[in-house]
Design a protein around this ligand. Structure first.
Ligand SMILES: Cc1ncc(COP(=O)(O)O)c(C=O)c1O
Length: 343
């Protein structure tokens, strides 16, 4: 039987036996009443990791983003995002339809915002016919590319000057921290609220965290979670998977980064792939096909056993914990022997 390698996304990761055992053993209670000891423990661990006073366990990264914007941006107000932002393109327009926030997308190389890109984009408050800008959203990593702490500090100064809040979509926050050789806290200290995923690279089957320092925000966030139907009851089973992920799967993210780099280097040698190795900073590889369409190359890679997707107009491969280090040479062998047919 042909071997296949799951590189479409790190969202496809499957819970390990150790994680499943931790889930089975979890002590549970009613989390809507704050009585699930496993959720409470996860929230404590997560708050500590994020260096924030409050952490709320939510069902998904999308829910964390939506609650963050709902509670911090304000209806009829604008959030500025970089081109390609997940909250604009991949969350069914929830920030507009549910939070009633106006998304403003600005062109940003690699999806990284800077003060000069933000300059002139902030709308004032108090003008009778204009939506006001109240928030900047940063995605870290975006397409696998991390912010630098210095870059984010510059955005923080800009936002302070213009009285804007920062929401950080840190779905892959720990990948960003690893790539930049900093602790996650150095990033999160620069955001008013931050969401990070326990699923994806960390390998939990579901769940994200929404963290902040602000008591009123934390109170509202919990209310909005309930309003959205996200108040779950004996959910410690999932929180246990999250704790297991944070305690066991953090360090191995470095393997995903090394594996992505090795695969990117192999792709860079192929005449049918155009790839900038400087863009491959974490576990996400984005590249273009040469001599055929990205969709056609993607289909041929899938056929050969490398499961991938096209995303944002690029072919995308995402290394993850279900791709073991000893399988990487097999993936590279497929790349080396592939002779894509042009279309
Ligand atoms: C950058 C980013 N933000 C948010 C999300 C949403 O996470 P979820 O799928 O848990 O809703 C994703 C999911 O892939 C993501 O890549």
């Amino acid at each position: 039987m042909k071997e296949t390698f799951e590189l479409r996304s790190d969202t496809f990761t499957l819970p390990s036996e150790g994680m499943r055992k931790a889930m089975y053993r979890a002590e549970v209670g009613d989390d809507v009443y704050h009585e699930d000891p496993t959720v409470n423990r996860l929230e404590e661990i997560a708050a500590h990791l994020a260096g924030k006073k409050h952490a709320l366990f939510v069902s998904s990264g999308s829910m964390g983003n939506l609650i963050g914007l709902f509670a911090n941006c304000g209806r009829g107000n604008e959030v500025i995002c970089a081109s390609g932002a997940h909250i604009i393109h991949h969350e069914i327009g929830s920030i507009a339809t549910i939070a009633q926030v106006v998304p403003i997308e600005i062109d940003a190389p690699r999806g990284i915002l800077t003060p000069s890109l933000l300059e002139g984009k902030v709308k004032p408050r108090g003008v009778y016919d204009m939506s006001a800008t109240t928030m900047v959203e940063v995605e870290n990593t975006i397409g696998g590319y991390p912010y630098t702490v210095a870059g984010l500090k510059a955005i923080r100064s800009f936002c302070d000057e213009h009285q804007l809040k920062i929401h950080m979509d840190g779905a892959r926050l720990f990948n960003a921290a690893l790539a930049e050789h900093v602790s996650a806290r150095e990033f999160t200290a620069l955001a008013d609220d931050v969401t990070f995923c326990l699923s994806k690279g960390l390998g939990a089957p579901a769940g994200s965290i929404l963290a902040s320092d602000d008591d009123e925000f934390a109170f509202q966030a919990k209310r909005v979670r309930k309003m959205l139907g996200g108040g779950m009851r004996q959910i410690g089973f999932l929180a246990a998977a999250g704790i297991y992920a944070l305690e066991n799967n953090m360090e191995r993210l470095a393997d995903d980064h090394a594996n992505a780099h090795a695969i990117a280097v192999a792709l860079a040698q192929k005449p049918w792939a155009a790839i900038n190795l400087d863009d491959v900073r974490t576990n996400i590889i984005m590249f273009d096909a040469v001599g055929l369409s990205n969709d056609s190359l993607c289909a041929q890679l899938n056929e050969a056993g490398i499961l991938c997707l096209t995303d944002g107009g690029k072919v995308r491969l995402v290394t993850n914990l279900n791709l073991h280090n000893d399988e990487v040479p097999k993936v590279i062998r497929i790349i080396d022997t592939l002779n894509p047919k042009s279309n």
